[in-house]
Design a binder for this molecule. Structure first.
Ligand code: GCW
Length: 737
C-alpha cells in the first residue's frame, strides 16, 4: 500500500515530464499546480456528505472523493452530516439538507439538470450538488470537477444547468467482427466474443467519460447492420453492456436491419405492413426489453447504399419507421430513422469499386444527390409517429469538410428531427489530422433555416424550441476505438468532448470548449492554452482550405476516402465520382444548383435562396456548392476564381506548417509521449496537406490553363504521379459485418 502510494507520489512530482498515453482523457485529476487555487479549493472542501442510495450516487461520490483527493492532494472525509466545508451530494429524496435548500432554486431542473450552489447551512458553508434525480447529481459532480480542473473559483457558486436536447447519442459504426466502418482508432471497443462473461474495464471508463460530458445514449452497432445482433446470444451480450452503462445514465440502442425477419426470422417478407412481420418485431422487442428494460430503441438505415428498406415492398419511409415505432411504443422505446438516403438500387461504393479499375460510370444517379433526402422525406412530414425521429446529417451530401446545412432541417416542421454529426474524421484527415470540429458543428447549429422567420437556427429546430417536437436528439458518429488513447489522434478526443458539451448546451462557444478541454487534458498554463486554442480554432478552416476550398466537395479518393482524387470518373455510379461534384471544365468550376442547374437551392427557404442564389453575393465559402463559376470570375478579394483557389490551397497547407511550428514551441508544457505523438502526426498532416493542394491544383489547372501564381512553391510531383497512387489497404473500409 505504502509503496504504491510512494510510486504514485513520485509520478506526480515528476510533473510534466511524465509520459501519458492519453487513456485518462479529460479526467486526469492531477494535483493542482497553482498554489492560490489549491488554497482556495482546500479552504472550501474538506469532506463529502452523500447518501449512497443508488449505484449512480455511489459512482458520483466515489468519483468526487477520489478526484478531490488527487486534485487537492488531501484526505477528503466521508461525512454523515453536512458540516463546515462539506460538499453535499444528492436529491431531495436522499438528502434532507438538499430537500430544504433546493426549494430556493427557482428553476426546473427536470430529469437531468443540476444545481451547484454555495449555501449556508446552520451557519456553516457548504457546497451543494443537487438534482431531482441521481443522474443529475452525477452530471453535477462532473461539472463541479470541471470547475476545479479548469481553475475556476468555487467560493460563491450559483450554477444551474439543464440539457437543451433530451437524447445525446453516440453512433458507433462498429461491426460484430470488431472492424469499425470509418474507424481510425483501432478495432471496436466492444469485444463481442468475450461478452457477456468478460467486462472490460474499458466499458466502465467509456461510460464514465460519456457521463462526464452528458452523453446519455449509445448505438452499439453499425448502421450498415447485421441481423445477428438481434439474436438471443448477442442480446445477452448487449444486456451486459447495458448493465454497465445504466448507472452512468447511458441507454443502449441497436441498429435494426430491415430484413431481419427474413434473415434470422425465417419469414418470406419484411414488408412493414405485413401482420406477421410486425408480430415478429413485436416479439423481438418483448425479448429485448425483458433483458434490457430501459433499451432505447432502434437506429435504422433503410433504402440507402444497398440497405434493405420499406421501399423494397412498395412502402414509404414512414410506413417502415411507424411499424417499428408501434412495436417499441409499449416499451417506451423510439426509432431513429436515418434520412441519409440516395438511390437504394445500388450497393455500397467500396463493394462496387476497385481501385485502378477502368470503365465508365453508370448513369444511375440522374437526380442531383443533394436533393434526394429532401425529395424522399419532405412529403412525409407529419406522417411519422410521436416516437420517431428522422435523423438528418448536418449537410446534404455527406460530412464533407464544409457543407451548407441540409435543407431538410428547415423543411419538416411536423416531424421530430435529430441532427447527425460525424466525429470520426472520414473526410477530415482520418486518424492523422488535427482538425477541431466544434467550429463545424457550430456553423451548422447556428445556420438560419428561416423556417419560422429570421432566427430559426438549426439548433432551435433540433432542441425543439422552434417546432413542438415530442422528442429531441442529436447524434455523433463515434471516433472511438481500442487504441490506448481512444481516438488515435490525441486531438480526436476534443471532438468527442465537444460533441457532448454542445449536445448538452449548444450555446457554448467553440473557444470555451477548446479551452476547458485543453486545461483538463493538458495543463492550465495560460501560454499553452492560448497557443493551442489558436491551433485548434484555425484547424478546421485549414483543412477546408487544403482539401476543398470555396465550396468544393466530394473530391476525395474513392472507397477509402483517403487523400485527393478529383479526377476519378469511373466509379460505379455517377454520383460517386468527384467529377460529378466539381464539374470542372474549360469554362469554370462548381456545381450549378440554381434554377439554371439542378435547382437544389429551391429546397431552402426563400431567404436562404437569396443568400446563396446569386454568385455575386453568395458567401464564397459556399460558392462552388451552388454555382458553376468562370475561371476568371472576380472574387471579393479582386482575384480571379483561379487565383483565389490557388491562394486558398496554399494558405491551407501553410496553416499546417504554422500549426507545426506553434506546437514545436510547446514542448516544455506537455509530457513527452503526447508531445511527440502530436508532433509526428502534424508532420504527416503537413505532407498530406501539400499532397491535397498539389494534386487538386495540378488537376484543376488542366481546365483553367493558368499558371499557379509565382510566389508559391511549385508542385514537385506531376499530376500523373498523384494519379498513380493507390491505397488498397487504407483503414476504415473493412465493411464485413
Ligand atoms: O459517409 C458515408 C460513409 C459510409 C457510411 C454512410 C452512412 C455507414 O462513407 O461508410 O456507412 O455514409 O452514413 O450510412
Amino acid at each position: 500500500m505504502k509503496r504504491s502510494f510512494l510510486f504514485f507520489a513520485l509520478l506526480m512530482f515528476s510533473g510534466v515530464c511524465r509520459a501519458e498515453d492519453g487513456y485518462r482523457l479529460w479526467l486526469r485529476y492531477n494535483k493542482i499546480e497553482n498554489a492560490a487555487m489549491l488554497h482556495q479549493y482546500r479552504s472550501n472542501i474538506s469532506g463529502i456528505a452523500a447518501h449512497e442510495a443508488s449505484a449512480t450516487l455511489m459512482i458520483a461520490k466515489k468519483e468526487l472523493q477520489s478526484a478531490l483527493e488527487h486534485l487537492l492532494d488531501a484526505k477528503i472525509a466521508d461525512q454523515q452530516e453536512a458540516g463546515d466545508k462539506t460538499v453535499v451530494l444528492g436529491t431531495p429524496q436522499t438528502s434532507p439538507v438538499i430537500n430544504r435548500l433546493l426549494r430556493s432554486v427557482n428553476f426546473n431542473l427536470g430529469k437531468e439538470g443540476y444545481a451547484i450552489l454555495t449555501k449556508k447551512n446552520d451557519g456553516k458553508k457548504i457546497t451543494m450538488i443537487a438534482a431531482n434525480t441521481d443522474i443529475g447529481v452525477l452530471y453535477g459532480t462532473f461539472a463541479f470537477l470541471r470547475l476545479i480542473q479548469t481553475f475556476q473559483s468555487i467560493d460563491e457558486l450559483s450554477i444551474v444547468s439543464v440539457p437543451k436536447i433530451q437524447h445525446r447519442v453516440l453512433n458507433h459504426w462498429d461491426n460484430l467482427n470488431r472492424s469499425v466502418e470509418r474507424g481510425y482508432a483501432g478495432i471496436s471497443i466492444w469485444n463481442w466474443h468475450t461478452l457477456p462473461g468478460y467486462i472490460d474495464q474499458r466499458y466502465i471508463d467509456y461510460a464514465r467519460a460519456n457521463a462526464s460530458i452528458g452523453i446519455n445514449g449509445t448505438v452499439l452497432t453499425n448502421v450498415n447492420a447485421n441481423s445477428l445482433v438481434l439474436t438471443r446470444p448477442y442480446l445477452e451480450k448487449v444486456k451486459a453492456l447495458a448493465d454497465v452503462f445504466r448507472p452512468y445514465g447511458i441507454q443502449v440502442y441497436l441498429t435494426a436491419k430491415f430484413n431481419a425477419p427474413v434473415e434470422i426470422g425465417g419469414l418470406k417478407t419484411a414488408d412493414p405492413l405485413n401482420a406477421e412481420v410486425k408480430n415478429w418485431w413485436a416479439k423481438k422487442c418483448d425479448d429485448i426489453y425483458e433483458l434490457i428494460p430501459d433499451f432505447g430503441g432502434f437506429l435504422i438505415k433503410a433504402n440507402s447504399e444497398g440497405q434493405p428498406g420499406p421501399q423494397g415492398y412498395g412502402r414509404t419511409h414512414a410506413d417502415g419507421a411507424n411499424m417499428f415505432a408501434d412495436v417499441l411504443a409499449p416499451h417506451g422505446g423510439m426509432v431513429m430513422w436515418r434520412a441519409f438516403v440516395y438511390d437504394a438500387r445500388v450497393q455500397k461504393e467500396e463493394e462496387h469499386f476497385s481501385e485502378g479499375a477502368t470503365g465508365h460510370s453508370s448513369d444511375i444517379a440522374a437526380e442531383d444527390r443533394f436533393k434526394q433526402a429532401y425529395d424522399e422525406f419532405k412529403p412525409l412530414d407529419g406522417k411519422f409517429r410521436k416516437n420517431v425521429l428522422v435523423q438528418v446529417k448536418n449537410g446534404p451530401i455527406d460530412f464533407q469538410p464544409r457543407e451548407p446545412f441540409s435543407p431538410l432541417l428547415g423543411a419538416m416542421p411536423q416531424t421530430n428531427l435529430a441532427l447527425e454529426f460525424q466525429l470520426t474524421q472520414e473526410y477530415l484527415g482520418q486518424g492523422t489530422h488535427l482538425v477541431y470540429e466544434a467550429p463545424l458543428f457550430k456553423e451548422c447549429l447556428n445556420a438560419d433555416t428561416y423556417i419560422r422567420g429570421e432566427g430559426s437556427t438549426v439548433a432551435k429546430v433540433i432542441d425543439g424550441s422552434l417546432q413542438r417536437s415530442t422528442i429531441t436528439a442529436i447524434a455523433g458518429v463515434a471516433n472511438i476505438g481500442n487504441d490506448i488513447n481512444w481516438t488515435a489522434h490525441p486531438f480526436g478526443q476534443a471532438n468527442w468532448y465537444a460533441f457532448g458539451r454542445l449536445a448538452w448546451n449548444h450555446d457554448l462557444s467553440s473557444e470555451e470548449i477548446a479551452e476547458e478541454w485543453l486545461k483538463q487534458t493538458f495543463t492550465n498554463d495560460g501560454q499553452f492554452v492560448a497557443k493551442v486554442k489558436d491551433i485548434m480554432m484555425g484547424s478546421r478552416e485549414a483543412a477546408v482550405n487544403y482539401m476543398t476550398p470555396l465550396g468544393l466537395h466530394h473530391i476525395m479518393g474513392t472507397g477509402h476516402h483517403y487523400g485527393p482524387a478529383p479526377w476519378v470518373a469511373n466509379a460505379g455510379r455517377a454520383d460517386w465520382n468527384p467529377v460529378y461534384y466539381h464539374k470542372a471544365d474549360q469554362t469554370g468550376l462548381g456545381f450549378d444548383r440554381t434554377a439554371t442547374g439542378s435547382n437544389a437551392l429551391a429546397q431552402y427557404a426563400p431567404r436562404v435562396q437569396q443568400q446563396w442564389g446569386n454568385r455575386n453575393t453568395c458567401d464564397e465559402k459556399f460558392i462552388l456548392w451552388f454555382h458553376h463559376v468562370p475561371w476568371n470570375f472576380r472574387m471579393k478579394s479582386g482575384k480571379t476564381l483561379w487565383g483565389e483557389l490557388c491562394d486558398k490551397y496554399y494558405a491551407g497547407a501553410a496553416a499546417v506548417r504554422w500549426m507545426e511550428q506553434q506546437w514545436d514551441g510547446l514542448r516544455k508544457y506537455v509530457d513527452r509521449q503526447r508531445f511527440e505523438q502530436v508532433r509526428m502526426l502534424l508532420k504527416i498532416q503537413e505532407k498530406e496537406a501539400v499532397w491535397w493542394r498539389n494534386a487538386c491544383l495540378l488537376y484543376f489547372q488542366t481546365f483553367s490553363k493558368q499558371p499557379i501564381p509565382g510566389q508559391n512553391e511549385p508542385p514537385r510531383e506531376s499530376l500523373d504521379d498523384y494519379k498513380r497512387l493507390r491505397f488498397p489497404l487504407a483503414p476504415g473500409i473493412n465493411n464485413v459485418n
